[in-house]
Design a binder for this molecule. Structure first.
Ligand SMILES: Cc1ncc(COP(=O)(O)O)c(C=O)c1O
Length: 343
């Protein structure tokens, strides 16, 4: 068993301000592609931003008492990892409701960051990204049972999830492209990223086109949600008009984009980044000269946590995985990395 990491509050300064890099070796000539590398956040994904914003908002509203309150959230992914790191730095216990079949890597990371795992039967949270509705009901029941003790951020409804991206990711992208962005491509899970960033960008320039990426039904792309098989989260519903085009990407397309990114750009993408990259490439194919511009695609996390998925779907051999983990461009070491490599 790994020792729980002690995390200093200075870590919060490192949330956001992630690099925007050109993808020079792929795409058409007409549309210049840039990627926002969200794995540079301290806990390794775009979810550090909303997790921190939701906890700060709850503190401001007096909903949390350090050393006493328990934060509870049903999540099998990056929000749990981000909340675990943030809660441990601030002195809150975190309980996460995870489906039993969540990968050992994810469970090890959550435990190493000090979270208590409540493992729910898989039929309460049947598929990654879908079926979280029942897990939310379970968390609600626990919160109701001990009022005042628990706080559930509920990223699917919490306006602070939207605000995190409206106040940070959106302005960063606008500044970093010198206001030249014409297309924005991102995945849809809770909808926090797409609504937050796009609302900000469209306020600066209403003609920015927004492409929302959803996975196929019954998918394996952690963090994304197929809106035909699961309910549209309230957060997305509130501002869904910012999405100009919805693109569905299959597991196979996402995995093939991950291996293309490794070959052509020497980048190490996680599954949701594979999906957004695939959608960005097909957009670049469709854009004709004269309609071109500057497209920004969000890479939500890196491949570090996903060996078991890559292995199952034959995306990488162990050698290729290790070479990318250690030698890809722009690899940033997330704080939980020891938990994965010692697993
Ligand atoms: C890696 C990754 N990409 C994309 C998303 C989707 O982002 P959002 O929930 O803001 O819609 C998530 C959500 O968990 C994620 O973990």
């Amino acid at each position: 068993m790994l020792a729980v990491k002690t995390i200093s509050q200075s870590i919060f300064r490192n949330i956001g301000q992630t690099p925007l890099i050109p993808l020079a070796n792929v795409g058409s000539g007409a549309l210049k592609l840039y990627a926002k590398l969200e794995w540079y956040n301290p806990f390794g994904s775009l979810k550090d931003r909303p997790a921190y914003w939701m906890i700060q908002a709850a503190e401001r509203q007096g909903l949390l008492r350090r050393g006493e309150s328990i934060v509870i959230e049903p999540t099998s992914g990056n929000t749990g990892v981000a909340l675990a790191g943030i809660c441990s730095a601030l002195g809150y216990q975190l309980e996460v409701i995870v489906p039993k079949r969540v990968s050992q890597e994810t469970k090890a990371i959550l435990r190493a960051l000090g979270a208590k795992l409540l493992e729910a039967d898989d039929d309460l949270c049947p598929r990654v990204g879908a079926g979280t509705d029942q897990a939310i009901a379970l968390a609600n029941a626990i919160v109701k049972g001990r009022p005042g003790k628990y706080f559930m951020p509920n990223q699917y409804e919490n306006e602070a999830n939207f605000r995190a991206h409206y106040e940070t990711t959106g302005p960063e992208i606008w500044r970093e492209t010198n206001g030249k962005i014409t297309h924005f491509i991102t995945g849809m899970g809770t909808g926090g990223t797409i609504t937050g960033v796009s609302t900000y960008l469209k306020e600066q320039n209403p003609s920015v086109k927004v492409v929302g990426v959803q996975p196929q039904k019954n998918h394996h792309l952690q963090g994304l949600r197929n809106l035909d098989e699961s309910l549209m989260p309230d957060l997305l519903k509130r501002r869904v008009s910012v999405v100009d085009e919805k693109v569905t990407v299959s597991d196979a397309e996402a995995f093939s984009a991950i291996s293309l990114a490794a070959r052509k750009e020497n980048l190490f993408l996680g599954p949701s980044s594979g999906a957004t990259f695939s959608a960005a490439l097909s957009l670049a194919d469709r854009v004709r000269d004269g309609e071109g511009g500057v497209a920004v695609v969000i890479f939500g996390d890196s491949g570090h946590k996903y060996w078991s998925i890559f292995d199952e779907f034959g995306v990488f051999t162990k050698d290729e995985f290790e070479r990318l983990r250690d030698g890809a461009r722009f690899v940033s070491k997330p704080l939980f990395l020891d938990a994965v490599s010692n697993n």
